[in-house]
Design a protein around this ligand. Structure first.
Ligand SMILES: *[C@@H]1O[C@H](CO)[C@@H](O)[C@H](O)[C@H]1NC(C)=O
Ligand SMILES: *[C@@H]1O[C@H](CO)[C@@H](O)[C@H](O)[C@H]1NC(C)=O
Length: 351
């Protein structure tokens, strides 16, 4: 009896340890069975491929027609001229946290509909100037690319000064920059992130070319600049109602800062600022006039379609009417053999 109990207990113990072992196995399996393929989904009315965190070192062959590609957190080492040539409908491209070192100068030329490009947290050496000519690009993230700052690549990028992309957000945070690149006019820019850079100077003229700027992130960017050298830029921000983000405002609220000499920045940079405003208004008016034309031509096209439809319906109604009229005429005509019968009847009556 005892023995049986003992063996039962042993069996239970073995069973349980088996269970535990089995559980461990499945845990390992789960770990090794992480997704290795991109998945597809619809998001915000767009079709997208999700390939983040798959440890891929090249872009696999994806379904064409995707508008979003999340390829962040992989091991992509470079972007060639044809890496994205098959995905011309891309609007949102996320390539942050890869190992991108080089980018071909024509790498993004096919992506004329691209709205947002995230290249942050890579080791990019060069950024092709063509990026700034993309006609739809509104958000550009270049933050967390230390080599870019050290090699002066952003200065080279800005050299052209003729930025066609309607940039609204520019992130160059965490790029080991000691000075900010001279971009030329950026009339549409709303948010400028220059945080986490060891800047040596901050000048108002740098911001006069951004006449619609609403916010600049200066967190951990101006700690190395002598207090009075900040006065001009800060008063520009205050004047133009630009929100500047800092981790500590106490220095700027000090009496020492108030005593710093202040030149009339408005007078100095007013011209640049107004050139920027003018360009912005031109862009806006051309955009609204384009929209108006689109509306008008769309309305006309719609009207034409409806008009043609009415004409067609009227035509069909006409055809139907003539047909029934013809049929009526046909059916009202006396039948030839009916006539015969009638005459026979007549003849019968006579006889
Ligand atoms: C600026 O970039 C940093 C990362 O470098 C980020 O933490 C911060 O939120 C960004 N600021 C804004 C206003 O988006
Ligand atoms: C700035 O420029 C505009 C037009 O260019 C002018 O109307 C305005 O008076 C100027 N303001 C100052 C303070 O110089």
């Amino acid at each position: 009896m005892f023995r049986r109990c003992g063996s039962l207990a042993l069996a239970v113990a073995v069973f349980c340890s088996c269970c535990a072992l089995g559980k461990e196995m499945t845990d390992i399996e789960v770990l090794t069975a992480l997704p290795t393929r991109c998945t597809y989904e619809h998001a915000y009315d767009m079709y997208g491929a999700h390939c983040a965190g798959l440890r891929l070192d090249k872009i696999p062959s994806l379904r064409s027609g995707i508008e979003i590609l999340d390829f962040s957190d992989n091991k992509l080492p470079e972007i060639g001229s044809d890496t994205f040539s098959s995905y011309t409908s891309l609007k949102y491209l996320y390539l942050s946290e890869n190992m991108i070192f080089t980018i071909h100068e024509n790498a993004f030329d096919y992506l004329t509909g691209l709205i947002s490009l995230d290249l942050s947290k890579n080791v990019i050496m060069n950024i092709p100037p063509n990026i700034l000519q993309l006609p739809s690009l509104r958000k550009l993230y270049l933050g967390g690319n230390p080599i870019v700052g050290q090699m002066g690549s952003l200065d080279k990028l800005a050299e052209n000064k003729d930025i066609a992309a309607p940039l609204e957000l520019l992130d160059i945070s965490n790029c080991k920059l000691e000075h900010l690149p001279d971009w030329g006019l950026l009339p549409q820019l709303l948010l400028y992130n220059v945080s986490n850079n060891p800047l040596r100077k901050l000048e108002a003229n740098h911001f006069a070319v951004m006449c619609n700027l609403g916010k600049v992130d200066l967190t951990k960017a101006i700690d190395d600049i002598p207090l009075c050298r900040l006065r001009q830029a800060i008063s520009w921000f205050q004047d133009k109602r630009i929100f500047f983000q800092l981790d500590d405002y106490s220095q700027l609220n000090s009496r020492e800062f108030d005593k710093c000499p202040l030149s009339d920045v408005e007078a100095v940079y007013n011209e640049t600022y107004h050139v920027c405003k003018k360009e912005y208004l031109q862009m806006e008016s051309s955009r609204t006039s384009r929209r108006t034309w689109l509306t008008i031509s769309g309305g006309l096209a719609g009207f034409l379609v409806i008009f043609m439809l009415i004409l067609y319906l009227m035509h069909r109604a006409n055809v139907a009417r003539t047909k029934t009229a013809a049929e009526k005429m046909k059916s009202s005509k006396p039948r030839p053999d009916g006539d015969k019968k009638a005459s026979v009847v007549l003849l019968d009556d006579v006889s």
